[in-house]
Design a binder for this molecule. Sequence first.
Ligand code: OAD
Length: 236
Amino acid sequence: MNKQKIVVLSGAGVSAESGLSTFRDNGGLWCNIDPMKVASIQGWLQNPRLVLDFYNERRAQLETAQPNKAHKIIAELEKNYDVAVITQNVDNLHERAGSTRVLHLHGELTKVRPENSYTEQDNFSESKIIDIGYKKIHYGDEDKTGVQLRPHIVFFGEAVPNIETAARLVELSDILIIIGTSMQVYPAASLYSFTKPTTPIYVIDPKEVAIKDPRFIHIKQKASDGMETLITVNGF
Ligand code: OAD
């Protein structure tokens, strides 16, 4: 028998219990620094050193962070379900917890690419992406062709190349789990609308999220407890 398809759409809250800051909570990253300075294409063009430092610091934090119980429960769902994780997170904690199918919407901290890596179709040129692990990148670091390296991060003001693949996954899902995202950033926030009308949509977040939809089944708990509730109460 074919396994049911679960799609997990995750945001920064799923990694909060691993010690990585969210963006918009009290004390979150965007409370202390203007996202337009470090996470937008304009910011990159104005002050690439500042942007590189911001991501160097986050990469260093990631090196010592560990996947938490929520990441692990999500990975274990693969025993009984056909699972795809669509994450807005640039960390690699889903992969390190054992999830085998992870689609990053906003890029990955452990990768970089040259400044000329967008194609005319607003897509990344996959062959130009370089895995750097947890190393720092400095202004002046270039690829083999002499082009400045930039973080493999989708900046505000840039297209989200993986969004169509993500929409197709959501369309085919039998169960959608939205976890740890304030649902304020588009197009990711609108992905849920691609579900079939019969697909249950679970939202795991200790707070209200920006979108209200009568189909949302809100489990108002932190990521680990919320995933535990989901598998025990719903028998996943
Ligand atoms: P936000 O910071 O906007 O939202 C984090 C969500 O996690 C909030 O709804 C919190 O209530 C929730 N949360 C906090 N602690 C939690 C916990 N322990 N367990 C579960 N949930 C918890 O982060 P995102 O929605 O992921 O993009 O932000 C989306 C995008 O905005 C990011 O990918 C990033 C940012 O700008 C880029 O940088 C391109």
